[in-house]
Design a protein around this ligand. Structure first.
Ligand code: PGA
Length: 249
């Protein structure tokens, strides 16, 4: 299903409300969380909604999608730091309920295996939130990642390193590798929401809309899932057929 709104604000409110509804319907829900510029206004909205509704978060569990390799937890661009800043430090969520891949693990392969296993042991993801890279990546699953992959180490593409360079003071500081949940882990979520905003996502969203399932476009794996909502603002949806606007596909 495609949901298209005029503004980023509307997209963010809709997405935050869906997250809140999931928590209200199932206080012990397991949420798969994403980072990136797209999610900043979503988390700002969610924090506001949670403050107003006094929802009990004590039984919630979260797993983040990905993390850079080699950045300390206190590095301002690590995803652990991002999540603290935008969400976790602003909510009364038990720290032991929050999980992120460990980009500094001594044995990264063991850490990857343990991460996918921990999600399964928690009962699986009820809702996986996703952004999308301008090259179609979800999590850090870059083009041509095997769709059967579970949590793994990935070499970041030059495109991704350039896109994310805007958050670093110098392009050379952008890590070359990351840990990411695999496409297989993502597809096992009960429900998936992919959020895309801004004109830089227009071309890839049109490719995703028109194309088939293809490992060259990781987000196309979502076409194999039974419960996906793709939420866009008018800029990201600018190259989609007009009848999609405001409607379902
Ligand atoms: P962005 O990143 O929200 O910063 O555009 C999305 C992604 O790379 O998945």
């Amino acid at each position: 299903m495609y949901k298209i709104f005029e503004t980023v604000d509307e997209v963010s409110r809709y997405t935050a409300q869906r997250l809140l509804d999931t928590i209200l319907a199932k206080p012990e829900a397991v949420l798969g969380l994403a980072t990136g510029g797209t999610m900043e206004p979503v988390y700002a909205q969610l924090v506001g909604m949670l403050e107003q509704s006094a929802v009990d978060l004590s039984r919630l569990t979260t797993f983040n999608l990905d993390e850079y390799i080699g950045l300390s937890a206190s590095h301002a661009q690590s995803y652990r730091y991002y999540m603290g800043q935008h969400l976790f430090d602003r909510l009364s969520l038990p720290r032991e309920s929050v999980h992120l891949p460990d980009g500094n693990a001594e044995d990264v392969d063991a850490a990857c295996r343990a991460y996918s296993t921990a999600i399964q042991a928690a009962g699986g993801l009820d809702l996986q939130l996703l952004g999308i890279g301008s090259n179609g990546h979800i999590g850090f699953n870059e083009p041509h990642t095997d769709f059967s992959c579970r949590t793994h180490v990935i070499a970041l593409s030059e495109q991704t390193r350039r896109d994310n360079g805007r958050f670093f003071s110098d392009q050379s500081e952008v890590p070359t590798h990351a840990l990411t949940l695999g496409i297989q882990d993502i597809l096992e979520a009960e429900e998936i929401m992919l959020v895309a905003t801004g004109s830089k996502k227009a071309a890839i969203m049109a490719e995703l809309y028109h194309g088939g399932v293809d490992e060259a476009l990781p987000a196309s794996a979502l076409k194999q899932h039974h419960n996906v909502t793709i939420v866009m603002d008018s800029q990201a949806a600018a190259l989609l057929p007009r009848q999609e606007e405001g409607g379902a596909a």
